[in-house]
Write a protein that binds this ligand. Sequence first.
Ligand code: KG4
Ligand code: ZN
Length: 347
Amino acid sequence: MILGIETSCDETSAAVVSEVDGRWSIGSNIVASQIAIHREWGGVVPELAARQHIRDICGTVRAALETAGVGLPDLDAIAVTQGPGLVGALLVGVSFAKSLAVSLDRPLVPVHHLAGHIESLFLEHGDIPLPLVALVVSGGHTSLYVVREPGSYMRVGRTRDDAAGEAYDKVAKLLGLGYPGGPMVDTRAREGHDDAVALPSTRMTHADRNAPSMKGDLDFSFSGLKTAVLRHVRQRAQSGAPMTDAEVNDICASFQRVVVGTLLDRLFEAAERYGAQSVGIAGGVSANTRLRADGVERGRRTGMPVYIPRISLSTDNAAMIAAAGLRNFHAGKLAGLDLNADPSLEL
Ligand code: KG4
Ligand code: ZN
């Protein structure tokens, strides 16, 4: 039984996950969200995030233990997100986990946040046919990983500029929809026409960008799309009349169509190229209504099994960190007390 701790961004989370007959079982997954605090500023303020983690961490861990019906002595190990993320925020979790590991005399297990997102797929669905190609779409990352065996992650695609979640957040901001942008755009898009606004879809296949090899052609780029939305909004503003709700909905729907189409095109292309037996979609953006629906539909059409976690395991949470922690724990990947938060940790 392992305690997972996640404080990489704007959610303080603690979870207890155990292994029963070779299957992971979630005892608890408590998330203290800071959305209300950051909303006032239109985005995550790193210093406020760090301070709020300090306020919330004790109560969140206590709630995770109580909900799971276990005490500190029952824990076999303490897993914590080492990075990537906001350094001040990460430090709170890392310091707390270290202290707990020392005082309980239990192993400390470092976890990469994106490995956590990938493991959310296994936490939700158990055994998944391998190789799996996993699309990890969050506020900071948009990456493709090939998982040939459990616990091994080979990155085959990434974003060259903005992450998909970041693009959602920026588009929401320029439409005045507030923070967090993803869920707002998702909701508004449901009411709009997705072919109302012509927006470019981006492909990283431009010869001079990828020369001399094909390397990089599974990469993503979303900043051009965001700029196209900005240009459309500015042009529209010239008329002087305020944008109607219907127009905002149309922009959201059109933007979302391009983002989701691009993500799925690349995911299924990678699956074919790497001989995948399954594909997975994880990370905060995998909470998106259209991405989930279109992903499942494309899987049905192509005969490729598609795995997506439930929403509470899609967005940041500690259960996925605990799951990845169990993976590392069994592989003997432990940390000493010199463990440090790493805001740009690679996977
Ligand atoms: O994984 P996550 O919770 O945190 C990071 O690791 O970054 O992902 C957060 C991102 C944010 O950009 C948020 O706007 C986006 O996920 N997101 C969504 C939705 N829910 C959250 N994007 C689109 N549609 C959603 N329903
Ligand atoms: Zn995340």
